[in-house]
Design a protein around this ligand. Structure first.
Ligand code: FAD
Ligand code: NAP
Length: 340
């Protein structure tokens, strides 16, 4: 069957910032056969290609003069188990939170702290999604991806993905070279609860939870997220716009003399992670708006589109924030959101 190619297609409803841009060509793929067809199609051989999931971690600053491929390959399956684990394979077009809910319903433990992260399964390895002290890599077994240049499906194990803090090989060395088609997770039969994040512990207490469970943790995470984060269907945003910067212990000590309240969390490598939201807030950005672009009033790490901001306006705002944080703290913020 011929693939359905749309031309000059609006992406406004396909990115959570709600930026009004269009794609020269747009195609939705639901299986490997369609992927193969797209990459064999002579019309697109020389075209730039952008893979889109839920559009919750992208900022479009201009129309896309190429082909946007929306990944809609569905399916979740228990593929194996051993004494301690379940192995669940989820196709890339599944909504991440639906996968988390599926695992909780079946009592497969490991994803509960990652509840309610927007987007699709296929994008989850891109930045090794993380929240409340857990990351994708903690439950990751392997993924399958379409090699765009050589046109075949390739497997990547955990080491090959080079996961780091909001990082992977697909965001760096192999950027734009693969279309991730599925992710296989290694989930626990016996839960290994992680409620070290203060807010999570407090929420569980407020909920009156006596017997901890993966379902209770998921509910607590959802409650906190719903109370703190702007809902993209109400206010355009892509979650944290910047990554939390890492500094050496000596840098943190120096900063503490001038800013005694600075927040730093020790990392495994002995460095410290600074809360970027706090740095931005100290520079006076929290709640500020420039036109329709703004810094969220409850969480300074989240940039928002209040109505009809252009992507370039949000990018300009992010540049101003980077500059002022650098001037005040001597720390260079790095964007987490993918700019196009
Ligand atoms: P998209 O935005 O569509 O794509 C993101 C990037 O991945 C793009 O570069 C795209 O080209 C690439 N990509 C997408 N799919 C594929 C594929 N199949 N193969 C190859 N490349 C692909 N992130 C966190 O880590 N933790 C959080 O707690 C969190 N909270 C958020 C809260 C809100 C309110 C919002 C709006 C965002 C939040 N995010 C968070 C960011 C975002 O949800 C994640 O990064 C998510 O994984 C993005 O998924 P997506 O499908 O929307 O990706
Ligand atoms: P928060 O709880 O207000 O904490 C602020 C920052 O401090 C977070 O970024 C977090 O780093 C860090 N932090 C807090 N407690 C920590 C602890 N016990 N140990 C180590 N680091 C700690 O953050 P929030 O904005 O409400 O977000 C809550 C969680 O959801 C965080 O994990 C955050 O990453 C995640 N989240 C991510 C996005 C995104 O788009 N990436 C958007 C919303 C929420 P970490 O960010 O490294 O965890």
């Amino acid at each position: 069957m011929a693939i359905n190619v749309r031309e000059d297609y609006s992406l406004k409803n396909l990115n959570t910032f709600g930026i009004d841009v269009s794609a020269r060509y747009f195609i939705e793929v639901s299986n490997l056969y369609e992927i193969n067809q797209v990459f064999e199609d002579s019309r697109f051989l020389k075209c730039s290609k952008l893979i889109l999931g839920g559009g919750s971690n992208v900022l479009f600053t201009k129309n896309v003069d190429g082909l946007v491929i929306k990944n809609a390959i569905k399916g979740i399956e228990l593929v194996d188990e051993d004494e301690e684990h379940y192995f669940v394979k989820a196709n890339a077009g599944e909504v991440w939170h639906q996968l988390v809910m599926y695992c909780i319903e079946h009592n497969y433990a490991g994803l509960e702290n990652l509840s309610l992260i927007p987007g699709c399964v296929g994008a989850s390895p891109m930045q090794n999604i993380g929240a409340y002290g857990m990351e994708l890599k903690d439950s990751f077994k392997e993924l399958e991806a379409w090699n765009i240049k050589d046109k075949f499906i390739q497997k990547f194990n955990k080491d090959e993905c080079k996961f780091g803090y909001r990082e992977s090989v697909f965001k760096r060395e192999l950027r734009d070279q693969y279309l991730i088609t599925s992710v296989t997770l290694k989930l626990n039969k016996k839960p290994n609860y992680n409620i070290n994040y203060g807010a999570l512990e407090k929420e569980l207490e407020a909920m009156g939870i006596q017997d901890l469970s993966i379902s209770a943790i998921s509910k607590a995470v959802c409650a906190i997220r719903n109370s703190k984060l702007p809902n993209p269907s109400e206010i355009g945003n892509a979650g944290s716009f910047f990554k939390n910067p890492e500094v050496k212990r000596s840098n943190l000590e120096d900063m503490k003399t001038e800013f005694p309240n600075i927040v730093g969390y020790e990392l495994e490598n002995g460095n410290f992670k600074l809360a970027a939201g706090w740095l931005i807030e100290q520079c006076g950005w929290k709640g500020k708006t420039i036109g329709d672009a703004g810094v969220h009033k409850l969480q300074a790490l989240v940039l928002v589109n209040y109505a009809n901001a252009r992507g370039s306006e949000l990018l300009d705002l992010s540049n101003q924030i980077i500059k002022s944080v650098n001037t005040k703290f001597g720390v260079e913020l790095e964007r987490e959101v993918n700019i196009y």
